[in-house]
Design a protein around this ligand. Structure first.
Ligand code: SF4
Length: 1018
């Protein structure tokens, strides 16, 4: 395989590189120009086009959208005359096979984020009470000095700081932010997308197929080649939010794929479906388990794939109610080999601990591992079965009749769904954004991963395809393992028991789940990783709870907000001392609304809060210092990978216009400047280089050279240069040389191609197939055993070994009932037995008691996009207001409760009494027992001109206000839909309270008081 790869690396000659790019660019450009009715080539230099505007020049700057985790490839259309320059429109890059030239309404309106009158324009320092707008404007130096002074006054230690990031840092800046925490010795990051997305939604799938971020950069749903597309959960990410999925879904629909949507609500995705199944909230796991049973019972599974490329044939035995892998072990107790039953030799044989196939035993013999065995025991008499048989046992009770009862839909709908999944190929199951979230979520998503594995739809056209970048990481890991084993540096073993192998690959190059494992277990939860001996607060909280005989609050997680609130209440201990939290530093995230609102308002109220952002979000009402950031079209950043596309390659964010406000500093520069001021610049740059496998000395040298002019400018003028970004420039200097070597071209050619076309493709999916680089067909998956793991070895060897067994983290699959108003949703670490009728999975509430769901709406991704005037207008025109800003309630249910269209209603959690006051939209397109609430609203900061307009429809509390304050014990996410609600008309007092704006103490510092300058000189 190594020779195949090196051959391929050399395959693109410089001549080919330029030729291929010219052809593809010309073809795509011609199509694009025709679609725009333009007469010029988009990739030519700026033109003086008299027909359009005399004297004006127009050009397109390729870049990357920065609004959501889809990170689409864009073209920023710029007009210029003399020293006037302005971005006038944003289009999709037609050369991109991430978003195929398509953008959503949010991406299209990106210029209105930059030219928004509410933008933060100068550093601000708090002058009045928290919870109000009370600030004075400050110079940068003054703001930084103030922060340092407060740190001294409060005697802040690194572990007492929480760095909080949102979807933008998560999808765009992991390579810069994770190293920042290492260098600054800050062990706690709390990320808002981490909790509901990466852990509420992804973990079960990740543990099965080896990914980490299946929305943003590791998995491409290949809908355009699917025969069957299943969109499962609230609006699904293809229709709900991500154009990288939506553009493929469009192609799938055009190609005639049959589409099934499972959702209690007729979402945008469901409106495109051939079959909409309005399943009962909380029934998804039962439906998935029934489908697994159906596939196995009817032999609709892919015998070859399951036998050879999953760990279904591994032998297991029961110990204390848990299935444990039957393994040969070394003296130190680590796994030497797994056992399977070979149908050829009719004997138990050992298979390698980490590889991609079960076709060979450890001694190289060809075997045929059995999926079912009989009458096998270990030498000490323990009954052996296969993982496959244990899976059969786990799903045995989920007959179609029982599933139909739980899902509360017509049996024929479930039958058709199961039959189509059983018989159609290829299939793709897209999971929802903010789908059902309870303690059953991980098992449900794990079941979906198992269904995709059973049907053999992993890394095949029309199914789930790994991104090129993920695949390159998996190849690098496989090569490293082989070379270390062959040279005798390590013995063969499973990867989580061979940290030497994992540490030999730059952490951010590790494929998905292995990156998470290293970060969780070997870094953030490992006290000895940190000089001060404190792990992340969520790990200390796990420790505190388990020492009290309770379950953990985030057994296998990364960057949850778990334990921060409790630490501030004095409930978290480390080494017998209280684990204090004193400082919250937010970057492009709005925890006052995106995280559990009632808790986070208290956290922000009681901590020293530093906020970096472009908008005065509701978090600004609690900030002590606000530092203004530049927008994504005002930034120039490091070269990065291609995102969730099957191809590997490069792209880059280029600055399209000079920064509109001279006091704004792009956040990457800001973080490096902070490290420089605080004295850990070298450590930070070295960590960044090492985490990405770049030469540290070169990056350090480039960074020093590029940074100093910016430092001097800032010192001399107090403002920041309008053009350029030293971090992006320094990275690109180093990266372009390495990429040029890889592509046999020059660094200038690399940069010029990225500057003119925006993307470079190194290998296509077809190249990977030709090179035998499919996962797990040829290359091990990014999991400890390298196979697709129906048996999760991370759950067994890490979670169960550390925290004991719980059905929430069963290594195979366990039914976790919805446990309405109970389970782990009540108190952290404590399972509360649900009382009748909530202990019955077939339970259905009778209004006014109802199920509660939240849903994403396509025009709004995160709370900051509510402040974009055109998006606000789209969601509040005469047709859309009720659909996008009101809670959905079934007409008949509403009538029975005396509720009319547009009435204010109270939605009150039966779990803890938390409340939302919103207007009602009456519709037939939602189940009668379910109320559905759109997710993005609830801002009340008067500094947000547009966001606050929804106050008259949705009130001033975000949906997170109604979330439970407890945590899922495995992932740390809030069980945002594990409770029922009572629905009634709201009282006048409630309406008045929930439609108040926050107070303004210093109106002259409201950002919108300042006009946007008309001309932008360079
Ligand atoms: S889906 Fe829309 S908002 Fe998200 S990156 Fe793409 S264009 Fe931007």
């Amino acid at each position: 395989m190594e020779s195949e790869k090196s051959k391929n690396e050399l395959r693109i000659s410089r001549r080919d590189f330029l030729k291929v790019s010219a052809i593809t660019a010309a073809a795509a450009a011609a199509g694009y120009a025709a679609s725009k009715n333009f007469v010029f080539d988009i990739f030519s230099p700026p033109v003086d086009e008299e027909q359009l505007q005399p004297g004006y020049q127009y050009s397109y700057v390729p870049s990357m959208c920065g609004i959501c985790s889809s990170v689409c490839d864009i073209l920023v259309n710029v007009e210029q005359k003399g020293n006037y320059i302005r971005a006038i429109e944003i289009d999709g890059n037609p050369l991109s096979n991430l978003n195929y030239g398509k953008l959503c309404a949010r991406g299209r309106s990106g210029t209105l984020i930059t030219y928004n009158k509410d933008r933060l324009k100068k550093p601000l320092i708090r002058t009045g009470p928290k919870g109000t707008w009370a600030f004075k404007e400050a110079e940068w130096d003054e703001a930084i000095q103030y922060i340092l002074q407060k740190f001294q006054e409060l005697n802040v230690q690194p572990w007492e700081i929480v760095l909080s990031g949102g979807a933008i840092p998560c999808a765009n800046y992991r390579p810069e932010f994770i190293p920042f925490t290492f260098a600054a010795q800050i062990p706690t990051i709390a990320g808002s997308p981490m909790q509901p997305c990466l852990f509420g939604e992804h973990l079960g799938i990740n543990l099965t197929i080896g990914t980490f971020d299946i929305h943003g950069d590791e998995l491409a749903d290949d809908f355009q080649h699917s025969s069957l597309i299943v969109i499962w959960g609230n609006n699904g990410n293809p229709a709900g939010i991500f154009v990288n999925k939506g553009s493929r879904l469009g192609k799938g629909l055009a190609n005639g794929a049959f589409v099934i949507v499972l959702d209690p609500r007729q979402s945008e995705a469901a409106s495109k479906a051939d079959l909409w199944i309005p399943v009962k909230p909380g029934s998804d796991l039962a439906i998935a388990m029934g489908l697994i049973k159906y596939l196995i019972d009817n032999n609709y599974y892919d015998d070859y794939f399951v036998r050879y490329h999953t760990n279904a044939p591994f032998l297991v035995y029961q110990e204390n109610g848990v299935y444990v892998p039957y393994t040969a072990n070394y003296e130190d107790g680590t796994v030497q080999a797994f056992y399977v039953y070979d149908e050829i030799s009719q004997s138990i044989v050992q298979v390698p601990p980490y590889t991609n196939t079960n076709m060979y035993s450890v001694d190289g013999k060809t075997i045929r591992p059995a999926l079912r065995v009989q009458n096998l025991t270990t030498p000490d008499g323990k009954q052996l079965i296969t993982v496959f048989q244990a899976l059969e046992q786990a799903v045995s009770q989920f007959t179609i009749d029982y599933v139909t009862q739980i899902a509360d839909v017509d049996k024929s709908l479930i039958e058709e769904f199961y039959f189509r999944v059983g018989t159609m190929r290829p299939i793709d199951i897209a999971t929802g954004q903010k789908g059902q979230e309870g303690s059953y979520t991980t098992m449900w998503r794990k079941a979906i991963g198992i269904i995709m594995a059973l049907t053999g739809n992993i890394d095949v056209r029309g199914g789930w395809i790994y991104s090129g970048d993920h695949r390159e990481g998996a190849i690098q890991l496989f090569q490293t393992y082989n070379s270390m084993v062959n040279s005798g540096q390590v013995k063969p073993g499973i990867l989580i028991q061979r940290p030497q192998v994992l540490m030999s690959v730059p952490v951010l190059n590790l494929p998905g789940q292995m990156m998470q494992y290293v970060a969780t277990a070997l870094a953030y939860c490992n006290p000895s990783f940190w000089q001060h001996g404190h792990p992340a607060v969520w790990c200390a909280y796990n420790n505190t709870l388990t020492s009290q005989g309770l379950k953990p609050a985030a057994a296998f997680s990364l960057f949850p907000d778990t334990g921060i609130y409790e630490a501030m209440q004095g409930q978290v201990q480390w080494n017998g001392q209280p684990y204090n939290i004193k400082v919250i530093m937010t970057c492009c995230v709005n925890p006052a609304k995106n995280m559990q609102e009632s808790e986070w308002k208290q956290i922000l109220q009681n901590a020293f809060v530093i906020m970096v952002d472009i908008f005065p979000t509701d978090t600004a009402l609690y900030a002590d210092v606000i530092l203004p950031d530049a927008t994504y079209i005002e930034r120039e950043e490091p070269i990065t990978n291609r995102g969730a596309t099957p191809d590997s390659g490069y792209r880059r964010r280029w600055q399209a216009i000079p920064r509109v406000y001279p006091y704004t500093i792009p956040e990457l520069d800001l973080f490096v400047l902070l490290s420089y001021k605080l004295g850990f610049f070298e450590q930070y740059v070295t960590w960044m280089a090492n985490s990405l496998g770049l030469p540290a000395d070169q990056l350090l040298q480039a960074m020093q050279k590029e940074m100093m002019p910016f430092v001097q400018y800032l010192e001399k003028y107090g403002t920041y240069p309008r053009w350029g970004e030293f971090v992006g420039k320094a990275f690109a200097d180093v990266q372009s040389k390495i990429i040029a070597q890889q592509l046999n071209t020059t660094p200038d050619d690399v940069l010029s191609k990225l500057r003119t076309e925006g993307v470079i493709t190194v290998k296509t999916f077809e190249d990977f197939v030709q090179n035998n680089e499919r996962i797990p067909w040829n290359i091990p998956a990014g999991l400890p055993t390298g196979r697709i793991e129906i048996y999760s070895t991370i759950l067994y060897y890490y979670v169960i070994k550390n925290f004991g067994y719980d059905p929430t983290w069963d290594p195979i699959l366990a039914y976790v009932p919805p446990n309405w108003n109970a389970g782990y949703a009540v108190t952290p670490g404590q399972f509360v037995q649900p009382q009748p009728p909530y202990n019955d999975p077939t339970f259905k509430p009778t209004p006014p008691e109802m199920f509660y769901i939240e849903f994403k709406i396509p025009p709004i991704a995160y709370t900051f996009t509510t402040n974009v005037p055109i998006l606000e207008a789209i969601t509040s025109n005469s047709y859309h207001t009720n659909i996008y800003q009101f809670a959905w309630i079934n007409k008949k249910t509403a009538q029975s409760l005396g509720i009319n269209e547009g009435d204010w209603i109270a939605i009150i959690s039966k779990l803890n009494g938390a409340k939302l006051i919103v207007r009602a939209h009456l519709t037939e397109w939602i189940r009668p027992d379910t109320i559905g609430v759109p997710e993005p609203w609830g801002q009340n900061n008067p500094a947000l001109t547009y966001s606050t307009r929804s106050l008259k429809n949705f009130g001033n509390r975000a949906v997170t206000n109604i979330w439970p304050q407890s945590y899922d014990p495995l992932t740390g996410h809030r069980m945002a839909q594990q409770f029922t609600v009572l629905v009634r008309k709201a009282t006048p007092d409630e309406i008045s309270e929930y439609t108040q704006l926050a107070q303004v103490q210093t109106p002259d510092t409201l950002p919108s008081q300042e006009n946007i300058p008309g001309n932008y000189t360079t």
